[in-house]
Structure formats: C-alpha cells, structure tokens
Design a protein around this ligand. Structure first.
Ligand code: FES
Length: 188
C-alpha cells in the first residue's frame, strides 16, 4: 500500500497524539503498511513532539517492526536445530526457488517477503513454514509448492472476482440502456 499521511494522521489522533502511545501507534502503522515508511516515522515524531532518533530507536528495537518494505505475505521458514535436522534447508531452498528471492528479500510484485527464524517454539511440528502467522507443520518440498500456491491463489481469486464484478456492472449498464431505448421507442 502506498504511504498516505492522512491514514497515519488518523492513527495518531486515535491515540490523542500522546507520547506514551508511541508503541501502539507504530504497531498500527506497521499493520497498515506491513512496514514503517520513513515519512510515517517523521510524522509520528512531529505530532508526538518526540525526537526522530527516539522513534527510530523504538522502531529498530522490536523485531516485529520493519524499516524496509515488506510483501503482502510474510513467509517465515524455521532454521532452528529441530527443523534443520528434519529437512528445513531443503524446504527453504525450494521456497527460494519458487519465489526467486533469498531470505530478507521481497518479490518484485511485492507479494511475498521471505524470512528465516531460529526456532518458533513448536519443534514437534518441525520443519515449520509460517505464512502470515499461519503455521504449516511437517513441511516438505512438495508441501512448500502447495503452501505458496495457496497464497498466490488468494490473490488470483480476488482479482478474478474483481474482474467479474466489473464485467457484471458493464453488462447491467448496457442492459439498462437497452431497456430505456426500447421504452422510448414504444412511447413513440
Ligand atoms: S527448531 Fe523450528 S520450531 Fe523449534
């Protein structure tokens, strides 16, 4: 999503522009954009009357915040010991191949960001792939294909629905025009 100062202003005003709400404000901005755009951080610093360096200090301290653009879907592949011995490196390799990116990067269409982590605390499910907070346990290279396809499909389905809605709207407009023309003819 493109940065919009009005959206960030609305978030800040929901917290009454109070310094004590800095963390909550950053959390909401992160939820909106999937990262913290520099212009948003400047605006937060101005409105809260906090030095910009302090805002960056908080933003860079918490792992949940990102200072670089991230994709719509966050794919995290665990590389902890339990996952590693059960084949996590091959799963990671496959996902890298599917998305054509390495960990820490985002696809050119901004749909996926790939990350790794050292243990998610659910080793019994190893190896684990997490997408947008959804855990996919006992992952394999075959499952990796299906997992990524599932999130790609969501995008395609949405696009198709949008396209169909536009087509239906066009058809309805054309139908209404035809009806009004035939009514006029009848009156004559
Ligand atoms: S090592 Fe992957 S969840 Fe613990």
């Amino acid at each position: 999503m493109k940065y919009n100062p009005r959206v960030v202003n609305t978030i800040i005003s929901q917290y009454n522009s109070e310094k004590s709400n800095l963390l909550a404000i950053l959390t909401d901005i992160q939820a909106e954009y999937n990262w913290l755009p520099p212009d948003a951080l400047k605006l937060v610093a101005d409105k809260l009357n906090v030095p910009l360096i302090d805002v960056y200090g908080v933003a860079s301290f918490y792992h949940a915040f990102s200072l670089t653009p991230r994709g719509k879907h966050i794919v995290t592949v665990c590389q902890g010991t339990a996952c590693h011995v059960r084949g996590a490196p091959t799963v990671l390799n496959r996902i890298q191949g599917i998305l054509n990116i390495t960990p820490g990067c985002t696809t050119a269409d901004e749909q996926f960001t790939l990350e790794t982590v050292n243990c998610l605390g659910a080793c019994a499910l190893a190896p684990i792939v997490v997408v947008d907070g959804n855990y996919h346990g006992q992952a394999t290279t075959q499952k990796a294909n299906a997992i990524i396809a599932q999130y790609r499909k969501k995008k395609t389905t949405k696009k198709r629905k949008k396209g169909m809605a536009h087509a239906t709207a066009r058809m309805n407009t054309a139908r209404r025009k035809r009806i009004s023309v035939s009514k006029k003819r009848k009156k004559k």
